[in-house]
Structure formats: C-alpha cells, structure tokens
Design a protein around this ligand. Structure first.
Ligand SMILES: Cc1ncc(COP(=O)(O)O)c(C=O)c1O
Length: 388
C-alpha cells in the first residue's frame, strides 16, 4: 500500500494528482476505481490480499484518499471519515480521557463548539475558550498536567482570526499537550500545519478538498506514525468511515485543489477590497487586508489568504438579513469551499449553536464563501444587494 510517488520532493499539484493514485494494477485505469464492496475473499484463513479484510477497517478507494491527504499535509498517516465532525469525535476520544482539559478557540465553527460543550462536557472533558491569536492568554489557559489538547482553527470560522501555529506548537510542547489544527478554511495548498509543528490536522473535506458541494467528509492527518496508529485503531473501533463513493468524490475534488484555491484567493481579495470601500459596510474580516490584526502571521504561514470573507453591515441584524436575501449569484446557504459562491448569516445559521456562549458572533455579521465564478459578476451581485 506504499506509494512510490509519495515523496516530499514533488510539488503540491503533482502530489494532488498522483499521491495514492497510481494506475489500477488490474486494468491500468488512470483513476482509482470505486471499490463498492464490504468484504474481501481471503486466500486461506487470515490470507489477506493487500491487507484488505472488511471495508470498515480499510477499503482501496479510501486508502487512495488517505494516502493523498497524508502526502498533501506532509504527515505520516491520513484517515478519511464520514464527516468533519466524525473526524473530530474520533480524535478527541482517541487522545483524551474523562477528566482531561482542552484549550479551544474563542471563535470556531459552531458545530465544533457544540461537540465540546454539549457532548464531551457530559463525558467529563473540561474546556477553556480563549482567543488563540493571544499566546499569553493561551499560556494562561493551559492547566499543567491536565491540558491534553490545544485545539486550533486558523483562519477561524466565521471571524477569520489568525493564530500563529508555530507559536502554539511551542506552547503545546512545553505543556506536554498535542496541537490539533483544523485546516479546513486554508486547505493544505495554502497552509501546512505539520511543517509548523502541529501534531494532527483536521479537515472537513466537505469544503475546499471536495470543492463541489456534493459530498460530506472529514479527515485526520497525524504527524507521527504512533499517533497515526492510535487514530486508525479508534477509527476502526468507532466506525465513522468515509464510504467508497464519498472517498472517490473527495479525491476527484483534490486533483484541482491548487488551481481552485488560486482563483478563490484572487476573487476573495477583490471582494474584500470592494467591501472595504462600500458605505453600507462597517467592518471587513479578511486576513489578506493589510490592517487585519493577523495579516503578518498569515503572510508568514500561508501561501494565500483564502476564499472566505466576513463583514459587518451598518444597520444591524435586519440589514444583514436583508443583504443575505437580496443576492442573486451568491446562494443563501450553509457550508463553504465549493466552486459556487455562498452567502450566509452566521448568527442565525452556521453559528446558531454558539448563541449565549463565549463564542457568540455579532448579529450584523455576514459570511461569504467566495467561489470561482467571473469576479466582475460577483462584485456586481454584492453591489446590487448592498446598494438598495
Ligand atoms: C472549520 C470547520 N471544521 C469542521 C466542520 C465540520 O465538518 P462537517 O460538516 O464535514 O462535519 C466545519 C463545517 O462547517 C467547519 O467549517
């Protein structure tokens, strides 16, 4: 199952197209087939062909995706799950035990926060939410001896705050904790947390990795083999694996990740620039803007600033809701990272689960997932929605 193409000397786009995806040994098919199968003939009891026994444990289409994601993130082991949250759940149950403590971001995807606050809290995991762009605050939040994980999202969902991954990795090492980085917003094309010292990377592959809004999936990449084995044991023991067709769709999306991300970044830069100059807009959040508080760190650790832009409108919540309903090209909907542009109101939609918590988001906030359409059409659409 080792891939001769999986060598760090190759460029990102080469790995995206070839890692884990050598032509099929039986037919020469240039794309990994969808192995829609649950079990495998054994050559005598325990005589497994290529290590395949039962598709919860391993499936060749999933293996192709897992090898590719590991190569793109520069980690030792990749694992593909049924969703991003399934990946998060597996990671936490694999590395934490009741009584442990985790440091979580003061701004994060609402579903991630809900997992900590409504599921793992009952299980006995305690947490402290802290702004991760303040390393002193993170240091103060660490409980020596019981903090097991520093959980980082950068850029964050939905406020696009930027955390210094190398700085957090140093704090985690000092504390004997693991640094887990949710790299969903950046994708490995823009940011590689393992190279900056992270122990494990998390993805909702539903987003940029899949890239076409047609699949739900998640992934974990472990920086070292021992953690990879531990996660793989739990993945099999808990069972929330990616099905073969879903794994195939994510892998198909990944092959164009680099070119898509370049266009997402270029379009988002134009959109952020237009919004900063619009009189109906009160504040724009985009790490590519020179006055963004995390701009310098983002410029240091990211190849580009991503396709997500958030902004606050003048006129409060009703004005924000009105704008969300007036766009024609930007589709009103949750999720992000697909080729089409989306608009949403985090307070009422993706982040409704953080209402009343330390992670509450402003009610006049709008989040855009800027797609790869012709940028002039996107600017015109936002213009007409804001100008009314
Ligand atoms: C940053 C981030 N992490 C994780 C998730 C969860 O992923 P999924 O919806 O695939 O379970 C999301 C979903 O929106 C997300 O935005």
């Amino acid at each position: 199952m080792t891939n001769p193409l999986h060598v760090p000397a190759q460029g990102f786009d080469t790995l995206a197209i070839h890692a884990g995806q050598e032509p099929d040994s039986l037919t020469g098919a240039v794309v990994p087939p969808i192995y829609q199968v649950s079990t495998y003939q054994q050559d005598g009891v325990g005589g497994l062909r290529g290590g395949y026994e039962y598709s919860r444990s391993a499936n060749p289409t999933r293996t192709a995706l897992e090898e590719c994601v590991a190569a793109l993130e520069g980690g030792r082991r990749g694992l593909a799950f049924a969703s991003g949250l399934a990946a998060e759940d597996c990671l936490l149950r694999a590395v934490c035990k009741p009584g442990d403590h985790v440091v979580i971001p003061g701004d994060a995807y609402g579903g991630t926060f809900r997992l900590f606050a409504k599921v793992f809290e009952r299980w006995g995991l305690t947490w402290t939410a802290v702004a991760l762009d303040d390393l002193d605050a993170v240091r103060a939040a660490i409980r020596p001896g019981s903090t097991r994980v520093i959980w980082c999202e950068t850029p964050t969902n939905p406020l696009l705050a930027v955390a210094d991954i190398a700085g957090l990795a140093a704090l985690a090492r000092e504390a004997g904790a693991l640094l887990a980085v949710d790299n969903t917003f950046a994708s490995p094309y823009l940011q590689q947390p393992v190279a900056l010292g992270a122990d494990v990377v998390i993805h909702s592959t539903t987003k940029y990795m899949g890239g076409h809004s047609d699949v739900i999936g998640g992934a974990l990449v472990a920086a070292d083999a021992a953690l990879g084995d531990e996660l793989a044991f739990h993945q099999n023991a808990m069972g929330a694996v990616s099905g073969p067709f879903d794994a195939w769709l994510v892998l198909r999306g990944i092959r164009t990740l680099g070119v898509r991300m370049d266009r997402h970044c270029a379009n988002a830069t134009r959109v952020a620039d237009m919004l900063t100059r619009h009189p109906a807009v009160a504040q724009v959040f985009y790490p590519g803007l020179p006055d963004h508080p995390g701009h310098e760190v983002a410029a240091k650790q990211m190849r580009g600033f991503g396709g997500m832009v958030s902004f606050r409108v003048r006129g409060g919540e009703q004005a924000a809701l009105d704008v969300c309903e007036r766009t024609r090209l930007f589709i009103l909907g949750e999720s992000l990272g697909g080729v089409e542009s989306l608009i949403e109101h985090p307070g009422r939609m993706t982040h409704a689960s953080v209402a009343g918590s330390a992670l509450e988001v402003p009610t006049d906030l709008i989040r855009l997932s800027v797609g790869i359409e012709s940028v002039d059409d996107l600017l015109a659409d936002l213009g007409q929605a804001l100008d009314l």
